[in-house]
Design a protein around this ligand. Structure first.
Ligand SMILES: NC(=O)c1ccc[n+]([C@@H]2O[C@H](COP(=O)([O-])OP(=O)(O)OC[C@H]3O[C@@H](n4cnc5c(N)ncnc54)[C@H](OP(=O)(O)O)[C@@H]3O)[C@@H](O)[C@H]2O)c1
Length: 268
């Protein structure tokens, strides 16, 4: 099924086949939005079927590798082909790469982290925000992370990528403050998704520790997005406290704390 003109607003969600992105898409569906959802693999088709069952919206799945410029352009073309304006945009697709930067991680994985988390976020924003600003209407959510607030020992490239997303979101938010388009950054803490498995971090303390429910994270995110809030430390109270504490703890100490949580084997 493809999207066609309905009275419902349209939301675009990347990384919507699983985890936080799937739950964000479910929030939009439950609140009356039609959807264009994107991910790299075929799971996006099953996610679209599930979302249609849950809320009855029109859902168009787009299978595209957003770590490539071609994949980003494919998604933007699919959005344009709906002929509908984008009312909400959740740039959420992202991945990590855990391990020791020297000798432990693969450069290709780390460059893919940058291509997906950083490059595709900027590229998609560049393609989709102008239409929203022209209409003077829309809500944009960037999935950042609590990782944006701390140097990521044993996940150095990922944390740096999320610092980029956080800073980028805040800069664009300020530029668009009188435009009618709101920008919100979502800062989850450890959340129970496929993230840690994919980042090869299952043997770490953070990988084995307590995690937030992605549905709760998405509910908090949706509420903040609709209110046009600046940022949301979604999920548990622990995450909210950590984001607040991050403002006063020196970076050197935060890197040490991160090391304890993310060092390979630290969970054993
Ligand atoms: N889980 C956490 O603890 C946590 C905490 C803070 C922030 N975050 C952020 O939350 C976001 C969502 O992650 P998650 O935790 O929900 O993990 P997840 O379950 O692994 O979901 C990642 C999503 O991104 C998609 N994706 C990955 N590579 C892609 C590519 N090259 N092109 C297009 N789509 C791609 C995946 O689709 P495929 O399956 O098709 O690859 C999947 O839909 C990420 O930005 C992550 O950094 C997560």
């Amino acid at each position: 099924m493809t999207t066609s003109s309905t009275d419902r607003p349209l939301a675009v969600v990347t990384g919507a086949s699983s985890g936080i992105g799937y739950e964000l898409a479910a929030q939009f569906a439950e609140h009356g939005y039609d959807l264009v959802i994107a991910a790299e693999d075929d799971g996006i088709t099953a996610a679209a079927e599930q979302l249609r069952r849950d809320g009855g919206p029109l859902v168009q799945p787009v299978r595209a590798d957003l770590a490539t410029a071609e994949g980003v352009e494919e998604l933007a073309a699919a959005v344009a082909a709906t002929g509908r304006p984008v009312d909400a945009l959740a740039l959420n697709a992202g991945r990590g790469a855990g391990g020791s930067f020297v000798g432990g991680t693969d450069l290709r994985d780390e460059l893919t982290v940058i291509d997906l988390n950083v490059r595709s976020t900027v590229h998609l924003a560049k393609l989709l925000l102008p239409g929203m600003v022209r209409r003077r209407q829309g809500r944009v959510l960037f999935t950042s992370s609590i990782a944006a607030t701390m140097p990521g020992a044993y996940q150095a490239v990922y944390n740096a990528s999320k610092s980029f997303v956080q800073s980028f979101a805040e800069g664009v938010r300020n530029e668009l403050k009188d435009s009618g388009v709101t920008v919100t950054s979502l800062m989850p803490g450890p959340t129970d998704t496929e993230f840690f498995d994919r980042a090869d971090m299952e043997d770490t303390r953070v990988g084995q520790g307590p995690k937030d429910d992605p549905r709760k994270v998405a509910e908090d995110a949706f509420e903040a997005l609709m209110k046009g809030e600046h940022k949301v430390a979604a999920g548990s109270l622990v995450n909210k406290i950590q984001v607040a504490a991050g403002k006063i703890i020196p970076d050197r100490l935060k890197a040490e704390q991160h090391r304890k949580m993310a060092e390979p084997g630290s969970g054993d």
